[in-house]
Design a protein around this ligand. Structure first.
Ligand SMILES: *Cc1c(COP(=O)(O)O)cnc(C)c1O
Length: 395
């Protein structure tokens, strides 16, 4: 049996006529920059995420970059973030001339640890208040602990930029007078940054991204920065960039958005099947640690946050050998991410090279992403677990 990490072909096959129609419509319109399809898609995403506005941009990376630029973050500034994420989270901070201030992650969720944020903010306050934004990442499709992060952001009056690239549709529970109120990724901070990279839960036929916000002044600044800071055309009071979302992507993504909830449901079903099969094989906790939705609105609440499983990442001993073994049995897997970002060669400053984030480093050494895309069959998932069981049995 062959189980690729990701196969986009079945999704394309199911939607091919609608996607071709959307692409053809844009080509025939000759309106190739922004335009009504982009505006319509922005409105749909704002509605979906529960924000007043959304601004289509060229990628998830450019969403983060435009958000930082729109807050005038630059040299001398710090952005508090996680060392355990895709490079773009830190790369954009460095590109605006600011520096990432890392704090470690939580062991179960892989998300930034609010306890560590609190310590870092207290230290920053006593040494001059250089932290200009908090950038949590909703890693693998699970929102970071936004109830606590939001409270800290409010206390220290620092804006929150959500890196929601992997988490469109993920829902987080807030406590509100004894009840649970659900909010979606992208509506939990000043703004949310999304990616439509083909491997995300909502993926385009190329690059694309979005910034969601309910702050209309911030939205106007982002819109201006998306187009070289031109206001009006050819008059520039600020230096922006070309961060525009392509209307072909907007039209295709509009088609796909209709199916997003059903794809999330399939990913959750796959996660539940993995859990069942790992349980039956007696592998849970030892040696395989499974991902979990860990946040509840209050202690004893029935439901945890709604994970959208952009990735299904397990922690295992002998990770690299297991990965090879899976490969030999035609099972795709990936290491997200092999280094904690402070270990990246491009960060040469001593303060990073000498730093240590033990939980992020442990995750980098033991994490393995298994196939989780919506169209996988129960037989394929069972086969993955069977081969993992075989690997540890023969050790
Ligand atoms: C994918 C991703 C990005 C970047 O998105 P692109 O569209 O590829 O530029 C940023 N942050 C995280 C956490 C991501 O997973």
């Amino acid at each position: 049996m062959n189980v690729p990490l990701l196969d986009l072909k079945p999704q394309l096959a199911a939607l091919r006529p609608q996607i071709m129609e959307a692409v053809t419509r844009i080509i025939d319109s000759t309106g190739y920059i922004l335009g009504p399809e982009v505006v319509e898609f922005e409105q749909k995403i704002a509605r979906y995420c529960g924000t007043d506005e959304a601004i289509g941009v060229s990628s998830g990376t450019d969403a983060l970059l435009a958000a930082l630029m729109s807050l005038d973050i630059g040299p001398g500034d710090l952005v508090l973030t996680t060392p355990y994420t895709f490079f773009a989270t830190m790369g954009t901070v460095l590109r605006v001339g600011a520096k990432p201030l890392f704090v470690d992650i939580e062991p179960r969720s892989f998300n930034i640890d609010p306890e560590a944020i609190e310590q870092a903010l207290a230290a920053d306050r006593s040494s001059g208040c250089h932290v200009k934004a908090i950038m949590p990442v909703h890693l693998y499709g699970q929102c970071a602990d936004m109830q606590r992060i939001g409270a800290l952001a409010e206390k220290y009056e620092i804006p929150v930029i959500e890196d929601a690239a992997q988490a469109i549709g993920a829902e987080y529970p807030f406590a509100d007078s004894g009840k649970t109120v659900w909010k979606r990724a992208g509506s939990l901070g000043l703004c949310g940054c999304f990616s439509f990279f083909p491997s995300k839960n909502l993926g385009g036929i190329g690059d694309g991204g979005m910034i969601t916000t309910s702050d209309s002044v911030f939205a106007d600044t982002v819109r201006s920065n998306r187009n070289h800071g031109a206001e009006p055309k050819y008059y520039h009071s600020r230096v922006g960039g070309n961060f525009r979302l392509d209307p072909i992507q907007a039209a295709v993504l509009s088609v796909k958005l209709e199916y997003l909830e059903s794809w999330h449901a399939c990913r959750r079903r796959n996660a539940a099947l993995y859990r069942q099969y790992f349980q039956q094989a007696g592998l849970i906790d030892n040696p395989v640690t499974l991902p979990e939705a860990v946040y509840a609105a209050f202690a004893g609440a029935e439901q945890h946050n709604h994970h959208v499983y952009n990735q299904f990442v397990i922690l295992v001993p002998e990770r690299d050998s297991l990965r090879e073994y899976l490969q030999r049995h035609s099972i795709g897997s990936e290491i997200y991410y092999p280094l904690s970002l402070h270990q990246q060669e491009c960060l040469r400053a001593k303060e990073y090279q000498q730093a240590s984030y033990p939980i992020a480093e442990h995750a980098a050494a033991h994490s393995l992403a298994l196939p989780i895309f919506p169209e996988l069959t129960p037989e394929q998932l069972a086969y993955v677990v069977e081969i993992i069981e075989q690997f540890y049995r023969t050790r």
